[in-house]
Structures are given as C-alpha cells and as structure tokens.
Design a protein around this ligand. Structure first.
Ligand code: ADP
Ligand code: ZN
Ligand code: ZN
Length: 696
C-alpha cells in the first residue's frame, strides 16, 4: 500500500519550500523517523513530520522515500515541537532548523554504514575506576536554594556571587533527579566549553563513579563529526545521563530529560549569530515549559531580561515568571575583592599603568601571587598612522582600520581578515615615521615586561608574563596549554581579553586590573553597560577564590578610568548587581527598551549601501499599514556600525513593539513579503531577520 508521507528536508529559505514535502512510502512511518529522500538530483536526509504540516495534492505522482534509517527510535513530539517553535519564532524554515539540529554525519552515512554504526555501541573509555568523591555538606544558602528547587516548578534564576557554590547546586540538583529515576537525563549548558574545562571535570568526578564514564557526553563545535554523532546517539538512546554542551545542545534529543541548567545565563554566546538566530537560553526556558521539566538559569550578573522576569511582586504589580534564588556569600567566608578606582584624569598624559597600580603589582608578584590584566583589544595597536600626512591603516575592503600586530609585523583586518606586511614607509607620502596609535594586549604584554623587568619572584627568578587572546590561542590545544601553565603557577601576570575573565578557577590570583574600560559607558549600543558590568564582575570574581589566601591577603580589583565616579563603577565597588540592574532597568523603561519592549532587526547586504537600504525601505513600505495596526514601529533603514565588510555594504532596520505576540504575528506575515521583494531587488546579496537581537 502507498502512504503519502510528509518529510522535512533542508531547503534553502528563499526557495519558498517552507513546509514539509510529501513522499511515498510503502509502509506507514511514524513522525520523527529519519529517512533519505530524493530532491532534484540529490538524495537528502529528512525527518518524517506530522501529517498536518503539509497539504496533500492528489494528482501529483509522489516520489518514493529512498530508505529509512532503521533501528532508531523516532524523534519525539516534544523535539519536533521545539524545532517548529524555533523556526516560527526566529523566522526560519522548519526543515532548516530540524536538519541543523542533527549531527552532520547523519547526512552522509549510507544505509549500510548506518546499520554498521548502530551495531557499535558507544565505547566506554577503559579508564581506571574512580573513587567515589566526597561530597561537601551543602552550605545553608545552598540547602535553602535546593529546597526551593525541589518544591517549586520554576523556572529558577539562581543569582549567586562568583564562588558562592552555584556549580555545587547544579551537581546536587542533577544528582537528585538522576538517582530518583534511572531513565532520567540532565542537560547542562555552558557558554563556551573550552573556557571552562573545570566544569566538565567536576561533573565527571561526581557522576562517573556512580554510572561510568559514558554517563556524560559533551556537545560543542570542537568535536569531530564522528564524536558528535556518537554523543548525539548516546543522548538519543538514553545511554548518556548528562549532556554538557554549548548552545547547540539545547536541541539534543533527550527522551528522559528532567532538568535543564543554563550556567552563566547572561552570556551573549548563547545567541546564535547566523542561520536561525536563536537564543539557547530562551529556548531552554521554552523547552522546560514544553516538557514540564525544571530549568535553572545561573549567574552572578544575570541578564537584565532574566532579572526583570524574576522580579518579586509589588503592591502594583505581580511577580515575574521566574523564581529568583539568591546566594550572596562566597563559600568558606571568602571575601569579594576590594575595588579600587584610579582617576586617569589625574595621571600624566599617556599613562598606561598608574604608579600605584604598578607598585601593587610589584608587591603581589614578589609575594608569589598572580595577577590578571584585562584589556578588551587584541593586537599591538588598533591603528598605525603617519605623523606627517595623517595616513591611517584603513582596510581597503572595510570601513574599519587594520590592526597592527607587531609579533609577525602585519596589518590585519579583524573584520575581513585582509592581512599585509607592515609598510616600511607611509604608503601615502613616503615618510619613514609611521607609528602605532592606541594599544592592544600585545603592546601591554611588552610594556609590562619593560616596566617590571627588575621584579623577581619569591624563588629569585624573573617574573613571567603570558598573554591569552584570540591570537595567542589560535592553534588547537594552545588555550588549554596556556591555562594549565597559569594553574600550575608558572605564570605571574596574565594579560588578556575577556577570554581570561570567564569562569576560570584561578586559585592564586589576588589582583585583577581592568585598563580603560570607558568605551562601553558611552556606546550607542544600549546593552554595552550591561556587558561591561558583567565582564568586570566576572573578572573581579577571578580574584580571591581561594579562601585561605583571601582571608590573609586582601584581594583587589583595580579599574583605571577617566570616569571613576560613573554609577556603573560605584555599583561595581559595592559588588551591588541589584543596584546596577535597578538603575539600568529604570533607564530602559523610560526609553521603552527591552525587556519593556520587543525588538527585531532586519539586516541586508548589497554591493552598494543604497541598494541595501532601498530593499529595507521597500520592505518597510510594504508592511507599513499592517505594522501600524499591530502597533509595531519600523524605524528607517540605517547603515550598520561597521558599514562595509569585505566590500559588502550592510544596512539594518529596527522593529519595536510592546507586545511580543503582536511582533511575532506581524513578522510571520511580513516575512513572506520580504521573500517576494527580494526577487525584485536583484542587487541584494542576502538578508536576514534577527529576533531579540543582542547587538544593535
Ligand atoms: P560558583 O559556581 O558559584 O562560582 P563553585 O560551585 O565553583 O561556585 O564553588 C566555589 C568553590 O567552593 C569551589 O571550589 C567548590 O568546590 C567550593 N564549594 C562549593 N560548595 C561547597 C560546600 N558546600 N562546601 C565546601 N566547599 C564548597
Ligand atoms: Zn604620510
Ligand atoms: Zn577588512
């Protein structure tokens, strides 16, 4: 008998094939089954979808399904619903989202390879059996939080200082669900796995002795295709009880899912920046609701969205949807570092390190303590310029300067990658005197080496300075190697970008210095202060994590700024995230910005700025009447902050609405018009909608 079967395949969004395609199958296949189907001259992986996802046409002879991937449980209705919701909410096709959520290798295996693959069970590493770990007694704060998690449905916002024992809460909450039900699974999400190898180690240490090494798998972009498939299958089969992964893990097939943890929930890396631009944090909350499982969002500096959603009730307003749980104290009476602000207006012109800071650094290094120096700009100098004619190292392909990298004497564009050797003389006037303007981490490392050349470590050896940023860690394994050196105490001063501020548990750091963070105070991006505050709080949290040190030696965070009295630094000094959040939310409310309104961005790229903007303006006109009705504001198209990258002009247009629902409904409709308009605007190279954009 013949069964018309709807199948989702990855079709390009612009082809207009948004819904499932119908194929013929000799047997009735349940939705969620993986199949291979012909499309044009190719054969693609597809997922059998629900029968209401397509309209059947009677008269067309259907092509048959080539074969189905036997032996695998179909993907669950919940999984399909998560995918469908994601596609609709972020304005992409269901097929694209569904297929992107599956491991690549599934697409490439033939029927025979697949059969062979399934026979092979995930090999458990034959490692030595682990000792059962000693689990510390929960602190009173942890006990209280765990009690709330056990007795309420959530979602929970775990607002806990750095070092307050949030990870221990995750471990215990996970342990609880995993022991209660032998089929239970837990999803733990982290922003960037290679920056936090300790987290994986702690989960393994806790759970491998109970359920073997194979009980935990990771999911992130650093896996080989074969590993990714193995880990995915382990999760899908229920063999893996804990999945630890980056944003992509939110789509893992987890038949026994019982708990979702999103660590560092404020981190911007939870937002996907291409294709379906989903927020894995937001999808985690949605998935929790869909599957009736608890969700814990954890952070020392929550996103203002989550903070707002977890507001307590007031006389005039009901409480937010999330339950806020607070752990203010560091474990073991560790104290948070003292924040010291240096007024750079009172320093000599061109001071890089104030003398006070240098003295403090000398003292610490001599005592054998470690220091972090944070500067959010890599390279040697952001610009090279000619003192004679004013030439600057512009990128010929972008509206940006090329950065001077001294180590390999290159000028490199950080936007398009265009790289050239540094010219001997000014390309414009021939002047030999071209010099760097401003400074980056490379220069800082060099400069510190000179300033502290006479300083000795306690063992009499000269001090060691290391640098961690995207340049120094380009080679695989390099980041891990460098971090290990810091942990081993081989490095005295670590200079770096935000990479060094995240999650690391550096035991011997007692001083953190942030140089020149002022840019974010006056940025046109309304989220810049939020990002800066959380970065500085995270960085401060690196100091004094070892209670035995912080009790004897006051830890410090130094901030060098031209605006030391700024409220952001005041709040930082008090370690007062709630005060900062309160002030920011007030400003956002007055300006009607998220979380008090909802936004979407449409971006367009074309050979000329005019063409990009024309497309957006046409889209605006096409949607004007409906937008007006839905109370959606569409702002005029503008060039993006970096207007040209790799010779492509970029423009964007902002949409805003006080109702998420109304904005959604409008976008769903308008999207079809954009696809049509695009075919009339031939010069447009690509366009995309970004719902809930993070950078504007
Ligand atoms: P966070 O994730 O909030 O930064 P961690 O969970 O990493 O905090 O805890 C900080 C330190 O305190 C870690 O070294 C951890 O092993 C330790 N710790 C956490 N909870 C306890 C506890 N209940 N008793 C003793 N030590 C604890
Ligand atoms: Zn010149
Ligand atoms: Zn460039």
């Amino acid at each position: 008998m013949s069964h018309p079967t709807p199948v989702m395949v990855h079709t390009p969004a612009h082809s207009g094939l948004g819904t499932a395609l119908t194929y013929d199958s000799p047997t009735s296949l349940p939705p969620g089954t993986l199949v291979r189907v012909p499309l044009g001259s190719r054969e693609l992986l597809g997922v059998v979808w629900d029968s209401d996802s397509t309209e059947l046409s009677e008269d067309i002879a259907l092509r048959p399904i080539s074969h189905c991937l036997e032996g695998m449980t179909p993907l669950s209705p919940n999984w399909r619903q998560l995918v469908t919701f994601t596609a609709h909410y972020y304005q992409r096709s269901v097929g694209e989202v569904a297929l992107a959520a599956l491991p690549n290798q599934l697409r490439e295996l033939s029927a025979e390879q697949w059969a062979r693959r399934l026979k092979r069970k995930l090999k458990a590493n034959a490692s030595a059996p682990r000792a059962v770990p000693t689990v510390p007694h929960a602190t009173p704060e942890q006990a209280q939080v765990l009690d709330h998690i056990a007795t309420h449905t959530g979602p929970f916002l775990l607002f806990g200082s750095t070092g307050s024992g949030k990870t221990e809460v995750y471990l215990r909450a996970a342990h609880e669900v995993l022991t209660r039900d032998p089929a239970a699974q837990v999803l733990v999400m982290v922003p960037e796995i290679n920056l936090t190898p300790q987290l994986e180690a702690r989960f393994r240490e806790r759970f491998a002795p109970l359920w073997g090494e194979a009980c935990l798998v990771t999911m992130h972009s650093g896996l080989t295709p074969a590993q990714r498939l193995n880990h995915w299958l382990a999760a899908h089969s229920g063999q893996a009880r804990i999945v630890l992964g980056t944003r992509m893990a939110v789509f893992a097939s987890l038949p026994g899912l019982q708990l979702i943890v999103v660590d560092e929930e404020h981190d911007p890396s939870y937002k996907q920046q291409e294709g379906a631009r989903y927020s894995a944090r937001d999808l985690a909350v949605y998935r929790g609701q869909l599957e009736h499982v608890k969700v814990i969002l954890g952070s020392a500096t929550p996103s203002l969205e989550s903070w707002h959603h977890s507001r307590p009730s007031t006389d005039s307003e009901p409480a937010g949807r999330y339950m806020r749980l607070h752990m203010p104290s560091r474990v073991g009476q560790g104290v948070l570092p003292l924040v010291r602000r240096v007024d750079m207006n009172r320093q000599p012109y061109k001071t890089v390190f104030s003398n006070h800071l240098l003295d403090a650094m000398r003292e610490r290094v001599t005592r054998g303590e470690q220091i972090l120096v944070l500067l959010n700009r890599r390279g040697y100098a952001p610009v090279l310029h000619c003192t004679d004619c004013g030439w600057k190292s512009e990128c010929p392909h972008c509206s940006a300067y090329r950065v001077f990298h001294k180590l390999d004497r290159t000028l490199r564009c950080h936007h398009c990658g265009f790289t050239q050797g540094v010219p001997r003389a000014c390309p414009s006037c021939g002047n030999q005197d071209i010099s760097p303007l401003g400074r980056g981490t490379e220069q800082l490392e060099e400069h510190l080496g000179e300033l502290l050349a006479d300083v000795r470590r306690p063992d009499g050896a000269p001090l060691r300075i290391a640098r961690i940023d995207a340049d120094s860690t380009r080679l695989k394994g390099e980041l891990e190697r460098q971090l290990a050196e810091v942990h081993a105490g081989a490095v005295d001063i670590l200079v770096g970008t935000q990479m060094i501020a995240k999650g690391h548990d550096f035991r011997h750091v007692t001083l953190v210095a942030a140089l020149n963070p002022d840019g974010a105070l006056f940025s046109s991006d309304f989220r810049a202060p939020e990002r800066l505050f959380s970065l500085l709080m995270q960085a401060a949290g690196r100091a004094g994590r070892d209670a035995s040190i912080s009790l004897t030696q006051a830890c410090e965070m130094w901030v060098q700024s031209f605006h030391p009295q700024h409220p952001l630094f005041e709040a930082l000094k008090q370690h007062d995230y709630p005060a900062f959040a309160h002030q920011q939310l007030k400003e956002r409310q007055e300006a009607n910005l998220p979380p008090f309104s909802f936004q979407a961005l449409v971006r367009a790229e074309a050979r000329s700025q005019q063409a990009a903007q024309d497309f957006l303006s046409a889209a605006r006109d096409a949607g004007a009447a409906e937008a007006d009705q839905a109370r959606v504001d569409i702002y005029p198209a503008v060039p993006m902050a970096i207007q040209r990258v790799a010779n492509v002009e970029r423009a964007q247009m902002l949409l805003e609405c006080t109702s998420r629902k109304a904005l959604q409904a409008f976008l769903n409709h308008w999207q079809a018009q954009l696809h049509t308009l695009r075919s009339q605007h031939k010069q447009v190279i690509r366009w995309a909608i970004d719902v809930d954009p993070l950078a504007i």
